[in-house]
Ligand binder design. Structure first.
Ligand code: EPZ
Length: 428
């Protein structure tokens, strides 16, 4: 199992380019199942979860060509299987995004019910209720969700999500594009990844309005065509590197990003003393203010407010801020696993229910720590970068799921970080 060895204390300086958004590429790859024609996606991040999603499409019968590492040409013209098996879904919950497209185009889908994961039980009940509203019959058979559309296909309906769900909104959008008549989704998720998926679907001939707002309208069409689309930059990777610059008291120019996708994060970090300058619409210049960081409370909420996927990274930063900050996690029930590892490095954090109380500034000391999930791993990398001494992070397969070339990107701005693949240390 790979590990990262980080020698902290170095101020990071230089330029980092942002990769494509994992959480947009995942539904966009699934959307290619909606048409027999070829869908070409550019700027697909080279991360483990997308390798898994590609394998799922191929297991279903699609062909996926990658003329370049980050370009996927997907042709789902001979889908013979409509099932996402357990061994695949258990490694990546986002496989459930195959449900909507398979149900819409083939009238049937069988996807293993994803188990929980480290950060919570992660049910998909809202996805399934929405499919039923569209006329599908959904049952649970030996741990699999089995969904069947009625004889004449899915029928448009009004769907009200009692909770904001990102992949729920995406799944229903993809089911509704081929349904008969109009579908309205109320209390829809408003993440930029939803808008990116809707843009791809509309390029394919769908008729979607309102993506990015809480009400999305979809006029069903007979069929969809192929299209070409470039995935948006990853806003969480961007936020992670903003914090890397601040926590090491360095200065990083972040290129190929979309500052307009992370206003809440930028505003919160500015209020905590991070100097963030928008050089243009796709470039940020980040450094820490001379007066250091000040503790600021934060509450995670659905977009456009502060994203839960930045909570762990923000907690690492708050260990370096003067004062007490209260971090309120409202989205997932168990997303503080990184706290105990940060405490091992010298952080002063108390957990009380869904609140974490961080008292800073504390000097962090490197230690052997263990990653538990994707964003917790990022939090430990950030802490290791500012800690004195060596930090050895185990189970970094978590971070490989969602950060492309993080060792190479951080090394390029001066970080002392290397990947230890059991015996051999590399900086790739
Ligand atoms: C997406 O997960 C992201 N994953 C997550 O990113 C992100 O943390 C999350 O949205 C919240 O922003 C992808 O896009 C692939 P939800 P998703 O459905 O869609 C509850 C990362 O680090 N809920 O918006 O699974 C759920 O338990 C990952 O990249 C139900 O109760 O999240 C949670 O409390 C981690 N029933 C809340 O809603 C449902 O049917 C939000 O979940 C669905 C969700």
């Amino acid at each position: 199992m790979d590990k990262f060895l980080i020698r902290g204390g170095k101020a990071l300086r230089g330029k980092i380019a942002i990769s494509g958004a994992k959480n947009s590429a995942l539904p966009c790859l699934a959307a290619a199942l909606l048409t027999p024609e070829t869908v070409i996606l550019h700027n697909v991040p080279y991360v483990k979860d997308l390798i898994t999603q590609r394998r799922l499409l191929e297991d279903l019968g699609a062909t996926v060509l990658t003329p370049e590492l980050r370009t996927h040409k997907i042709t789902a013209s001979n889908i013979e299987i409509f099932e996402a098996p357990y061994e695949l879904v258990k490694t990546m919950r986002a496989s459930v995004l195959a449900l909507g497209p398979l149900l819409a185009r083939f009238g049937q889908a069988k996807v293993s019910l994803p188990g929980g994961c480290a950060i919570g039980t992660r049910p998909i009940d809202l996805h399934l209720k929405a499919f039923e509203k569209l006329g599908a019959v959904v049952s649970l058979e030996a741990g699999n969700v089995v969904a069947r559309a009625p004889e004449g296909g899915l029928v448009g309906a009004e769907i009200y999500f009692e909770k904001v769900t990102v992949t729920g909104t995406e799944n229903v959008m993809m089911a509704a594009v081929l349904a008969k008549g109009k579908t309205k989704i109320f209390n829809a998720a408003r993440e930029p990844e939803i808008e990116d998926l809707a843009e791809l679907l509309n390029k394919m001939g769908a008729r979607i309005k309102g993506a990015g707002t809480e009400t999305i309208e979809i006029e069903g069409v007979e069929g969809l065509n192929g299209a070409e689309h470039t995935i948006i930059p990853d806003r969480i990777e961007t936020g992670t590197f903003i914090i890397a610059a601040a926590i090491t008291n360095g200065e990083i120019e972040i290129t190929g990003c979309r500052p307009d996708h992370l206003h809440a994060v930028i505003e919160k970090l500015r209020s905590a003393g991070v100097e963030i300058e928008e050089l243009n619409q796709s470039t940020l210049l980040v450094k820490c203010s001379k007066n250091g960081l000040v503790a600021k409370d934060v509450t995670t909420e659905p977009h456009p407010l502060f994203p839960t996927d930045m909570q762990a990274q923000y907690m690492a930063l708050m260990t370096q801020a003067e004062g007490v900050s209260i971090i309120n996690e409202t989205i997932f029930e168990n997303r503080f696993m990184h706290a105990s590892e940060l405490i091992r490095m010298g952080a002063n954090i108390q957990i009380s229910g869904n609140k974490a109380i961080v008292r800073g500034k504390t000097n962090l000391a490197g230690a052997p720590v263990q990653a538990s999930d994707l964003r917790a791993s990022a939090s430990l990398v950030l802490a290791g970068l500012c800690a004195s001494g060596e930090t050895l992070i185990d189970r970094v397969y978590h971070i490989d799921r969602g950060y492309e070339n993080i060792v190479k990107k951080l090394s390029s701005v001066g970080a002392k970080i290397e990947r230890i693949t059991d015996s051999v240390a590399t900086t790739a």
